[in-house]
Design a binder for this molecule. Structure first.
Ligand SMILES: [Zn+2]
Ligand SMILES: [Zn+2]
Length: 421
């Protein structure tokens, strides 16, 4: 039997780890720079949380969730995103009792049964950032800045913001009515999916990618004209902060995002040179969600960014992450007596905090040197029968192939700091 990784999943092999390490470390640094704290929520939750929190008419809940009955016949779902779980934790763990707003971030895998394509997987990984407990548009701006700075920190160029307001429960129903009346005469011109959206989730008519639908959506009435005073003021202040920030942004009236729960601000960060799919992240405000999952009414805003998409963009732009750490030292030996001495030496080196590799397979010196070279070790410490007898170690520097004989008692000192004598 040959087992294979499930479709849409992949292994992050050692040679791919440099990107992962770099992206996640930069993300942590940026989040901490802005005073965000890390939270981790379960990989699976009760199915009802996502049905309620993500929205029953979304593609995610309708077609993409990994849902299963556990052994107690309770319906569970692998998280398709992070926001619902974080809101559940906020309500359940009474995080609203802490000083507000609460600034949180998390990094980890999420799961959606989608058709795999470049940069899109069924087990994918996200950076997720949320601020709970504030409705100030300056917080919207801050969250957008965190996103921007993460991409800047990993070297992605040509960034810009797309921003829109999706209104609130007070003004959105009126806009949806306006939109529906406008589309009523034009149903023949849109795709089958859109005709279904017309009945179920008319806002989604605006972000259909099909050419005819897209052209029509450009002509459709804009939400900006339907916003209530509160939403209009909020969006106006956010735009004034964006103007002051002097970063390229565009009001995109067709951007409504794929979740039902967004209110007021929605945004994306776009990067040049990644073709049609040029959004590297998307997010928005969800002032009603925490109340919907059992917490006190709490305004909140957040975004999620796919790590695979970030890495794909880095590769397309030729951005190389720093190398993962290589062994400083490789310990080679010849003969049983020398092996015992080598085991002790390796232990001593590691205790001193020096990255040390060895083969322990009783291979030829040539084979051991080859392995040291493959691992990228800075130097090789060679112990043979003569070295054991004389109480010394031969130190070979890989960069220039020079060798020196060092007393055994001095060798750890000599190679610490990564520099061979
Ligand atoms: Zn409103
Ligand atoms: Zn369509």
């Amino acid at each position: 039997m040959n087992y294979r990784a499930p479709r849409g999943t992949y292994d992050i092999l050692p040679e791919d780890q440099a990107y992962w390490r770099f992206v996640t470390e930069q993300t942590r640094q940026v989040c901490e720079l802005y005073g965000y704290e890390q939270i981790d929520v379960p990989v699976f939750e009760q199915t009802a949380l996502f049905e309620r929190g993500v929205g029953e008419t979304t593609d995610i809940v309708e077609k993409e969730m990994y849902t299963f009955l556990d052994r107690s016949d309770e319906s569970m779902t692998l998280r398709p995103e992070f926001t619902a779980g974080i809101c559940r934790a906020y309500a359940e763990r009474k995080l609203h009792g802490r000083p507000q707003p609460l600034r949180l971030y998390t990094i980890g895998p999420a799961f959606r049964y989608e058709r795999p394509q470049a940069g899109r997987y069924r087990q994918f990984h996200q950076v997720d950032v949320e601020v709970l407990g504030s409705q100030d548009p300056a917080i919207d701006l801050e969250v957008m800045q965190v996103a921007w700075q993460i991409y800047e920190a990993v070297g992605i160029k040509g960034l810009s913001f797309q921003v829109n307001s999706t209104g609130c429960p007070a003004c959105r129903p009126g806009y949806i009515q306006t939109l529906k009346s406008w589309y009523e005469q034009r149903l023949d011109g849109i795709c089958g999916d859109c005709r279904r959206r017309y009945g179920q989730n008319p806002l989604r008519l605006l972000d259909c990618k099909k050419e005819a639908c897209s052209a029509m959506a450009d002509e459709a009435p804009r939400i900006a004209k339907s916003l209530c005073n509160d939403c209009d003021d909020h969006f106006g202040r956010l735009r004034s902060y964006l103007d002051a920030l002097d970063r390229p942004y565009e009001v995109n009236h067709r951007m409504v995002r794929g979740f039902d729960y967004y209110t007021k601000t929605v945004f994306e960060v776009w990067a040049e040179g990644i073709g049609a799919q040029n959004a590297v992240c998307g997010g928005g405000r969800y002032d009603g969600l925490i109340g919907m999952v059992g917490g006190p009414e709490t305004p909140a805003i957040g975004f999620a960014s796919g790590i695979e998409r970030i890495i794909l963009t880095m590769k397309q732009e030729g951005i190389e992450p720093p190398d993962t750490p290589k062994p400083s030292v490789f310990v080679a030996y010849l003969g049983a007596e020398a092996k015992k001495a080598a085991v002790l030496l390796a232990q001593e080196l590691r205790t001193a905090g020096i990255r040390t590799a060895a083969l322990w397979e009783d291979r030829s010196l040539k084979a051991q040197m080859k392995q040291a070279d493959r691992l990228g070790a800075g130097c090789v410490l060679i112990i043979g029968e003569d070295e054991v007898k004389d109480g010394v170690v031969t130190v070979r520097r890989m960069a220039d192939s020079t060798q020196a004989t060092v007393p055994r008692a001095d060798v750890v000192e000599a190679v610490s700091g990564g520099d061979a004598p």
